[in-house]
Design a protein around this ligand. Structure first.
Ligand code: AQP
Length: 337
């Protein structure tokens, strides 16, 4: 048993690739946290059917793609447990108990549900979309995570997770670690390039989202066409100049500089020069990343072995948590033999 603090986070296998916001807002931190933490990272495929469910083969392929991309980003199966959520029935098992502790009004206040259900349209609002933050709470609490590295968009869900952990603990006795959010300062919310009032997302139109599998020419075009403003001054001002500030944040997060330093470097140069430099920085990251991801995808048997090892490590923790929680709730243990 490791005495390092534990970290857990997940990413959905929606779309054919992760997008730049997933990487800068979350995955970059996952990679950094592998050494100081006992790290569990999960491809949350159960969450990927909450909107329009993909074709079964597409879902399988997307799950492998995200896993390959996480490894290409720098996750090391010897230093973290990388696994697929649906390989562990413990996730829905715990989720049910947490659903029964969640208020209907409490779940209705989740802004991601409001956003996604509005975008999905009234006829495609499934109950799964409504309850997915509770499954997400189960994903986290199962592993007794101390820290959860996420983008700003997930802060409210983490707050729900904390509330549910505290509620369960108060009712049934100390069972769950109450986790803390770990949100990066610099790239907590990468914005849509075409609509900088919204976060960059796989479920938004393509033109505003940079996929890490996009070819260099597509990345460059998307950045050159990014919506900015008309005053022509390069300045970091997320409120007044969200589009431009987003470009500065992307550049800063990829190069390790501060947004202020990037703004200073490009001040007086016009938006074209900044966009060119941002495109270059994204391409310099995305090209080798895509090549490495493809190499890993070319050996699906090895990828599946890595995921099986990760699931085994995850199960060792998750099964203990579920057994404890179920016993505390009062479910009759199944007799052996
Ligand atoms: N734009 C973003 N900026 C910073 N962080 C972000 N994250 C997502 N978008 C941004 C972080 O990425 C992690 C994994 O996200 P996810 O794919 O599991 O779910 P999501 O937040 O719903 O991401 P998408 O791209 O918007 O997917 P769809 O459109 O399929 O729902 C999370 O930690 C998230 O904070």
């Amino acid at each position: 048993m490791s005495n390092k603090p534990r970290v857990l986070s997940g990413i959905q296998p929606t779309g054919e690739s992760m997008q730049l916001g997933n990487y800068l807002g979350a995955v970059q931190n996952w990679v950094q946290m592998q050494d100081g933490y006992d790290a569990y990272y999960c491809v949350v495929d159960l969450h990927a059917i909450t909107l329009e469910p993909p074709e079964p083969e597409a879902l399988r392929q997307r799950t492998r793609i995200v896993a390959a991309q996480l490894l290409a980003a720098g996750l090391d199966p010897d230093r973290c447990a990388l696994f697929v959520q649906s390989h562990l029935p413990e996730h829905p098992q715990l989720s049910w108990v947490l659903e029964c502790l969640t208020g209907f009004g409490e779940a209705s206040r989740m802004t991601q549900f409001k956003d996604k259900s509005t975008r999905a349209g009234a006829d495609r609002q499934g109950v799964g979309l409504f309850t997915y933050p509770i499954l997400q709470a189960a994903d986290i609490l199962l592993y007794q995570a101390d820290q959860v590295p996420i983008g700003e968009d997930q802060r409210q869900h983490l707050e729900l997770t904390r509330n549910l952990a505290q509620r369960f603990n108060a009712r049934y006795g100390d069972t769950f670690v109450v986790p803390e959010a770990f949100i990066p300062k610099a790239a907590a919310k990468i914005l849509d390039l075409q609509d900088p009032t919204a976060k960059m997302s796989k479920s938004r139109p393509d033109a505003g989202t940079i996929y890490l599998s996009d070819p260099a020419s597509v990345i460059t075009r998307k950045i050159k066409r990014a919506v900015t403003d008309t005053d022509g001054e390069v300045r970091y001002d997320p409120e007044g100049k969200p589009g431009l500030s987003n470009l500065l944040a992307i550049h800063a997060a990829l190069t390790g500089a501060s947004v202020e330093a990037v703004a200073k470097e490009f001040s007086g140069q016009g938006y074209g020069a900044l966009k060119g430099a941002v495109a270059e920085a994204v391409v310099a990251f995305a090209e080798p990343f895509a090549a490495r991801s493809q190499e890993l995808l070319d050996d699906p048997a090895e990828l599946d072995r890595i995921l099986a090892r990760g699931a085994e490590r995850a199960r060792a923790v998750a099964s203990v948590t579920v057994a404890d929680a179920y016993a505390k709730v009062g479910f009759l243990p199944a007799a052996v033999g």
